[in-house]
Design a protein around this ligand. Structure first.
Ligand code: SAM
Length: 447
């Protein structure tokens, strides 16, 4: 079986999460724990081959960094100079469409077309020569979804079917997951995807899309929020939990839990969760949020606990609870949140304070974490411009305390994907255009 995963905006984290999940044995996803066989990868999409079919609905819910899961239907060779539309000219016959792509549906069918690029250079091609005799890859690649869509629509209409075509917005090649969902494409027809490299085209159909509405609820409908300290987006919390190397059912601690985002996402992934925070208002917020969450998502009350505690003294709380902690997943504290880039002295002072806190906390965590347990944590990275950050000067403090810094993506996998944005120390940064303080996500493993 061949599948394609459409990656989120911060694609390096999406790849890190995806590989971690796919390589973990998990019967509920039909995964045996074999190394993942990657066929193609780009900033947009990762194509893999598996021995057995994956349980994609469950997999989609588990992955914070994957927007859509597609099943590859065919691979078509093309000449570099061929446009996508030209290469597919004889491919989309009504019989193939009905058999391979469309859901059985009695009423007017709806379908959408999305194009994903496997070879980003395709977007940078020079304008075509208007006098060329053979068809070229571009008139503009942005006209391709419409051309392919019309080709399919005309064929289906001629064969007597009534269909509606949904196309990507102007200057976009693919449909947002919200458009796929709102237009009921997956139940009333299909989203047909084309994955293009210079020499190949993969045709694919969308199996699942990320449930954007549910992520919105889990973020914005909670009774308590804390705009001042900031909250981690649920998707990022999910990615971090998936990097904790816990096969399932273990107990995970967030010792800087704020209003409980990581705790709630951990519960959804099937872990037992403990949250603690030094601030009693944050813990009150966590309690309210988790009560709301528990009712909505049917989580047993005994699956979690939140309490006030300084992270540097949290071992007392753990001993009292009698829980064995298998991993720590935490945003940590990022220090002050800024609307504008702060003065360099201020940044350095923040780093110094945080290093002190992290050192004390890691020493404390050693009291109860078993060997090989992971700490997945964010440290602040101040965003200077699009791709430049003032980063935490060194994470070596952890090594001195008996933890190794683990590459967020193994060197073997990273080597095959030159496009990944890894830091020199092989961590990854989650940032947003509107935020000065970005999150550098690092994995530490106890020796
Ligand atoms: C960025 S917030 C965490 C937000 C959380 N991830 C969420 O989404 O709700 C950082 C939290 O660290 C807590 N904190 C700061 N110093 C602490 C310490 N020494 N021990 C425990 N918690 C601490 C703050 O009270 C704050 O709630």
């Amino acid at each position: 079986m061949k599948y394609a995963f459409v990656l989120g905006r911060v694609y390096t984290l999406s790849v890190a999460e995806l590989v971690a999940v796919l390589e973990k044995p998990d019967a509920s996803l039909n995964l045996s724990g074999e190394p993942v066989k990657i066929l193609e990868a780009s900033e947009e999409v990762l194509v893999i081959e598996t021995e057995k079919p994956l349980y994609v609905d469950r997999l989609q819910k588990k992955l914070g960094g994957v927007i859509k899961i597609l099943e590859i239907v065919d691979i078509i060779k093309k000449r570099e100079s061929d446009s996508i539309n030209f290469a597919l000219k004889h491919y989309f016959k009504p019989s193939v469409l009905k058999k391979q792509f469309f859901k059985e549906y009695k009423g007017k069918m709806q379908f959408g077309v999305s194009i994903y690029i496997l070879d980003m250079q395709l977007l940078e091609r020079p304008a075509p020569n208007p006098n060329a005799k053979t068809p070229q890859f571009f008139t503009s690649i942005f006209t391709e979804p419409k051309r392919v869509g019309m080709m399919i629509k005309n064929g289906l209409t001629e064969s007597g079917l009534s269909v509606r075509l949904v196309l990507p917005e102007f200057n976009s090649l693919s449909l947002a997951s919200v458009v796929v969902t709102k237009n009921l494409l997956l139940s009333k027809g299909a989203e047909i995807c084309i994955l293009a490299s210079a020499q190949n085209i993969f045709t694919a159909k969308t199996l699942t899309v990320q449930d954007f509405e549910d992520y919105g609820r889990r973020d914005y409908q909670r009774p308590a929020r804390d705009e001042k300290q900031g909250m981690i987006p649920p998707k990022v919390a999910q990615v971090m939990l998936n990097l904790a190397n816990c096969p399932g059912g273990e107990t995970i601690l967030d010792p800087f839990c704020g209003i409980g985002t990581i705790v709630q996402e951990g519960l959804l992934l099937g872990f037992r969760m403990i949250g603690s925070d030094i601030n009693k208002i944050a813990i009150k917020g966590s309690e309210q949020n988790l009560e709301w969450f528990r009712n909505r998502y049917k989580v047993a009350p005994g699956k979690y606990g939140v309490e006030i505690s300084d992270a540097t003294k949290v071992s007392g709380l753990i001993a009292k609870s009698g829980n064995k902690i298998n991993a720590i997943v935490t945003e940590g504290t990022l220090g002050p949140i800024y609307g504008q880039y702060p003065k360099p002295e201020e940044i350095q002072a923040n780093f110094k304070d945080l290093e002190k806190l992290y050192k004390k906390s890691f020493t404390e965590f050693s009291k109860f974490l078993p060997s090989k347990a992971r700490i997945v944590m964010c440290v602040p990275a101040y965003r200077k411009n699009r791709d430049a950050y003032e980063m935490f000067p060194s994470l070596d403090f952890a090594q001195d305390l008996g933890y190794n810094l683990v590459d967020i993506i193994s060197p073997g996998v990273a080597k095959k994907m030159k496009f990944l944005k890894l830091t020199e120390r092989k961590t990854s940064i989650y940032d947003r255009k509107d935020q000065v303080v970005a999150r550098e996500i690092a994995i530490f493993e106890k020796v």
